[in-house]
Design a protein around this ligand. Structure first.
Ligand SMILES: [Zn+2]
Length: 152
């Protein structure tokens, strides 16, 4: 993950193709979902397209009366990633985010609100890359960290 700072106000809403992870689950028989993992999947994918951490999902699970420990939540999220139902977004600060939109896209991370949001397009990212001669872009997976502009 490359990171660079863009000083701008976070006002970009999520766009793109919604991932319907819950609908895809029955086709992943090899997942061998336990009742606990099914309950987690319902909480996770029932919330629509979004970005969240294991702790976020754990809080939601507890609120939905799903009794599960944080490590089970984390392991389940990793399992869904391995099966292509989720995408992992590493910010380099020790916190792993999970994205229900598995299509190629880049992100903004708002440092003031600690929110991860989708970039509306890829132009800004590709346009700012200085690609070494003899190479081409395979995949763009950037995170720009944002903070509110001071004094505005
Ligand atoms: Zn995303």
């Amino acid at each position: 993950v490359r990171e660079f700072h863009v000083h701008s106000i976070c006002s970009v809403s999520n766009i793109g193709t919604p991932a319907d992870g819950l609908a895809a689950l029955p086709h992943h028989a090899e997942l061998k979902l336990t009742r606990q993992r099914w309950a987690l999947a319902r909480v996770l994918f029932g919330g629509g397209r979004r970005h969240l951490t294991a702790r976020n999902l754990h809080d939601e699970a507890v609120a939905a009366n799903v009794r599960v420990c944080l490590s089970t939540v984390y392991n389940t999220l990793q399992l869904f990633c391995r099966h292509g139902l989720l995408r992992e977004v590493a910010l380099g600060d020790g916190v792993t985010w999970f994205d229900t939109n598995v299509a190629d896209h880049s992100h903004f991370f708002c440092e003031d609100t600690l929110r991860l949001i989708d970039s509306p397009n890829e132009d800004w990212a590709v346009g700012q890359l200085s690609i070494p001669e003899g190479y081409e872009v395979v995949k763009v997976d950037l995170v720009a960290r944002l903070r509110p502009v001071r004094g505005t």
